[in-house]
Design a binder for this molecule. Structure first.
Ligand SMILES: Nc1ncnc2c1ncn2[C@@H]1O[C@H](COP(=O)(O)OP(=O)(O)OP(=O)(O)O)[C@@H](O)[C@H]1O
Length: 573
């Protein structure tokens, strides 16, 4: 029951609504039983043609009970749903707060569609906990206890039959259903996650799938997942319907037993005949709501599985969610950055993608990281920014290890341009404001000028993923974000790879101008403009194979010199 801890905590936060739901549920249950009991009594009494005022009192009672029952039922529904929605709100905030700091780690482990299915579908499944699992059995038991106590006034054996019926219908049969439910372990949720992942990938990669003629086969794949999901759903629904019918049937048998026993007691003179209809009506009514108990096992199991699937997401790396301290820079001075024997391994790749790397960057230095594709350049940049965690070793900004610093406060001091940048549906202005929401229109226009995007207006609409811009325009728009906020570190991963030489030079001049006092780390596979750098780090197969100034490296006649010669040869062809 460990899985229920989270949802219990969320539910008990809404204590007031929980108590009111139980109170009104109990009132609705007992008034319904009393209503039908008095109706049964009224019918029998009327048949004996008593004085009219006797009947008037019972009729008034029936009317009053009818109104109270309806009002109590309304109260129960109102408070239970209000409690459920408040609990869902708290749960959504809790889930967001849990996963947000772990977003980079989580996205490496789960497909985005699966994450979406978990944080939307599984969270919503948890709403059934309160409505179907937590309070209905409590209400049902309390109504049964009140009814049995009332029935004992008239006939103890009949009260005992109702008690036995209650034990069968509320405890034994749902308990057996629950044991069966655990054994068959429904796959509905995992199929829902798989379907969501497939559909997300299909939509993201639609153009490529079309170009390579794979759209149809991918669609068939999705349809297979739809079928699996629907079959699992259908199976779960059929089982649900069967259980409800079975429980209703058992309840009916108990009511018939009450009728038979009461009839027998009347025939041997142990019970007044006028009470026969009343006791039968009591039995019918009190068992009416027991069909809800058929839903209990499935919803209990669903709650446990959904809670498990959610907790799995943030338990990926519990130690990273420990409280971290903020990072502040004295007078915004660029920090000294140090890497001490840093190694990075991914579970999916046996060899380390960065191995035993030790580097030291002085405040305000200009660094280039170069090397062949896949040599680990971007990995080092992401490690420095705290976007991924090292498997071994230490990374410091000034004296602090970044493992104990809040990522947000690190990133506040960094101007970052990654290989792929995201654009949101909206205006150019909105997309630029992402970097600095306080930038004025003049500052935004200046930023666009700096990247040679003079023709673009701030009110122009950007489509999803910036699909109405060219590759180079997208890269320039991403770079424009750098010019509207000051930062002590500039971390640029192949920032001008899609640009022509003239635009590239213009933008680099601007970057040099704006980042004069900052530490600049540029990842690049092009070996141009490197003479200006304070240090060049050369990487190969996850290792730093050379480092030094351009001049030193060219004299050294090693890996860098060979790369530079090859590049020159290519340019001269
Ligand atoms: N999330 C990941 N999981 C597993 N392996 C990864 C992951 N990200 C990167 N790698 C591997 O790490 C290695 C280094 O990747 P990295 O992106 O740092 O190279 P790079 O030098 O920047 O390459 P490029 O110039 O092509 O961008 C690659 O072999 C890549 O396959």
């Amino acid at each position: 029951m460990q899985e229920l801890k989270l949802i219990m905590k969320m539910t008990l936060k809404e204590r007031k609504d929980v108590l009111l739901s139980i109170l009104f549920g109990f009132l609705a249950g007992v008034t319904a039983v009393a209503l039908f009991a008095s109706s049964g009594y009224l019918i029998s009494k009327a048949a004996l043609t008593p004085p009219i005022y006797t009947l008037m009192i019972i009729v008034a009672m029936v009317k009053m009970l009818g109104i109270s029952s309806a009002l109590s039922r309304y109260g129960e529904r109102y408070f239970s749903h209000r409690g459920t929605f408040s609990m869902l709100r708290n749960l959504r905030v809790y889930v967001y707060e849990k996963i947000e700091p772990l977003s980079t780690t989580i996205l490496q482990k789960y497909r985005s569609g699966d994450i979406l299915a978990r944080i939307v579908g599984d969270v919503e499944s948890l709403q059934h906990f309160f409505l179907r699992v937590f309070y209905p059995p409590i209400v049902l038991m309390t109504v049964f206890i009140a009814t049995i106590t009332f029935t004992m006034v008239f006939s103890i054996p009949i009260a005992m039959v109702i008690l036995i019926g209650m034990i069968i219908v509320v405890i034994i049969v749902p308990g057996l259903f629950y044991l069966y439910q655990r054994r068959i372990a429904s796959n509905v949720r995992s199929y829902r996650g798989q379907l969501s992942s497939e559909v997300t990938e299909y939509l993201y990669g639609f153009t490529d799938l079309k170009i390579y003629g794979q759209a149809e086969s991918k669609k068939d794949n999705i349809l297979d997942k739809v079928n699996l999901y629907e079959q699992a759903n259908q199976q779960a629904n059929n089982q649900q319907a069967f259980r409800e019918s079975l429980l209703t049937f058992v309840s009916f048998i108990v009511s018939v037993a009450v009728l038979g026993l009461a009839g027998y007691f009347v025939s041997i003179g142990n019970l007044e005949g006028i009470l026969l209809a009343m006791l039968f009506m009591i039995s019918l009514t009190v068992f009416e709501d027991t069909s809800n108990m058929a839903l209990f096992p499935a919803y209990l199991e669903e709650t446990k599985q959904s809670a498990n699937r959610l907790e799995e997401v943030w338990n990926v790396n519990e130690e990273t969610s420990e409280r971290k301290k903020p990072f502040e820079l004295e007078s915004n001075l660029a920090p000294i950055i140090t890497l001490e024997n840093v190694t990075k391994r991914y579970p999916s790749t046996p060899r380390p993608v960065a191995q035993n790397i030790s580097l030291h960057f002085e405040a305000g230095s200009k660094i280039a990281i170069v090397g062949a594709s896949g040599s680990g350049k971007s990995t080092v940049l992401q490690l420095i920014l705290g976007m991924i965690q090292p498997t071994d070793g230490l990374i410091r900004w000034n004296k602090d290890s970044i493992a104990y610093l809040e990522e947000e406060t690190l990133w506040k001091h960094a101007n970052v341009s990654l290989q792929s940048n995201h654009f949101f549906y909206g205006t150019i202005r909105e997309n630029l404001h992402l970097a600095n929401s306080e930038a004025t229109d003049d500052e935004l226009r200046e930023a666009l000028d700096n990247v040679n995007l003079h023709q673009i207006r701030l009110d122009d609409l950007l489509q999803e993923q910036g699909s109405n811009l060219s590759g180079g325009e997208k890269q320039r728009l991403a770079l424009a974000r750098l010019f509207i906020r000051s930062a002590a570190i500039w971390a640029l991963d192949e920032p001008t790879s899609s640009l022509d030489a003239v635009t590239e030079k213009h933008i680099w001049d601007k970057i040099d101008q704006y980042s004069e006092k900052s530490t600049v780390i540029v990842v690049t596979h092009r070996l141009t403009r490197l003479q200006k750098m304070d240090e060049i780090i050369v990487m190969d197969h996850g290792k730093v194979v050379e480092k030094g100034t351009y001049h030193n490296l060219m004299q050294h006649n090693g890996y860098f010199k060979r790369m530079k010669d090859l590049e020159n040869e290519k340019l001269n062809l």
